[in-house]
Design a protein around this ligand. Structure first.
Ligand SMILES: [Zn+2]
Ligand SMILES: [Zn+2]
Length: 314
């Protein structure tokens, strides 16, 4: 039961606040939002001159909005199964095929224990949400706004530590349900079918991205890099020193080899990314490098988050 109205976050105010389409919930009515400012830590009541660490409460008993069930529903092995099937559809070595087949079998076995898995996931999400309220109660404090937590630096540090510990405990319990241990498998598949094919599969499986969007993105990134390299080699070569020009060439080479099933593209990727990090301090070519780095980082970040989000769920 979700509603788009809820009470203002301040206990002494009964005004209703409304959630606008596409926006997060406001934490207070407009009157309170600008007139009421936290002046003490919710947990220890200590006053601080610097700003408080603010944590937004994402569950809401009033409106029935609860991310716990959303999280639990999202946890399934469909993503892993689909990715494995798509890998298997490629022309790959017998050895890799056997490994992927046994991983697929592992998914089927894990599905038999799905209720245990969901129970753990539910428990983890519920505890993650409850830990802040518990912390404040334990310290004898109270929330200034029911939808937010204002914590001083030391309380925030203590809470962070508890949250880290909780996540660690559950990650250990949930680890037997992990299908893809790390990116090593993805890299091995890439040596046989190419990084582009792997990235395309992980990008588009279980997401709103289509293969066309993936291709379009890839094409744009490649063209930008080639254009930057061409300009650097002709008009602006004075702005880049030799090693930076070399780095740029390697990045273009990586993009050109991205779809090739060989170890070469992996090596180029690693060398090029390591070099890129070191050269970003050179201020005279900073705009150049930021431009190139931006594209790579943007693409890398998207791929990374798709990987991470998916892997967290499995
Ligand atoms: Zn209010
Ligand atoms: Zn405090």
């Amino acid at each position: 039961m979700e509603s788009n109205k809820r009470k203002c976050g301040f206990v002494d105010c009964n005004n209703l606040i409304e959630k606008k389409e596409g926006y997060a919930w406001p934490v207070a009515c407009e009157n309170c939002l600008y007139s009421k400012k936290a002046t003490r830590c919710d947990a220890c009541f200590k006053k601080e001159d610097s700003r408080f660490h603010t944590i937004w409460e994402f569950s809401d008993e009033v409106t029935g909005e609860n991310k716990v069930e959303f999280f639990v529903e999202a946890t399934n092995f469909d993503y892993a199964k689909e990715v494995i099937q798509k890998f298997l559809a490629h022309n790959i070595s017998t050895e890799l095929r056997q490994e992927l087949n046994s991983l697929y079998q592992k998914c089927l076995d894990l599905e038999k224990d799905i209720s245990e898995f969901k129970e753990l996931a539910r428990e983890k999400a519920t505890k993650e949400q409850g830990i802040r309220k518990e912390f404040i109660q334990e310290k004898g404090g109270s929330q200034f706004n029911i939808y937010e937590y204002f914590l001083c630096a030391s309380c925030s540090k203590e809470l962070n530590e508890r949250e880290r510990k909780l996540r660690e405990d559950y990650d250990t319990k949930l680890s037997k349900f992990t299908v893809f241990d790390d990116e090593e498998l993805f890299d091995r598949v890439a040596t046989e079918i190419g990084h582009k094919a792997v990235d395309k599969i992980t990008w588009t499986t279980g997401t709103k991205y289509t293969e066309e969007e993936f291709e379009e993105n890839h094409k744009k990134n490649k063209e930008s890099l080639e254009r930057i390299l061409k300009e650097a080699e002709t008009n602006n070569s004075g702005n880049l020193n030799l090693s930076q020009l070399e780095e740029l060439r390697k990045r273009v080479e990586f993009y050109n080899n991205w779809d090739k099933p060989s170890k070469v593209s992996q090596e180029i990727k690693e060398n090029s990314f390591q070099k890129g990090q070191r050269s970003e301090n050179n201020s005279s070519v900073l705009p150049w490098i930021l431009g190139i780095g931006g594209i790579i980082i943007l693409l890398g970040t998207i791929i990374y988050f798709v990987y991470r989000n998916k892997k967290k769920l499995i």
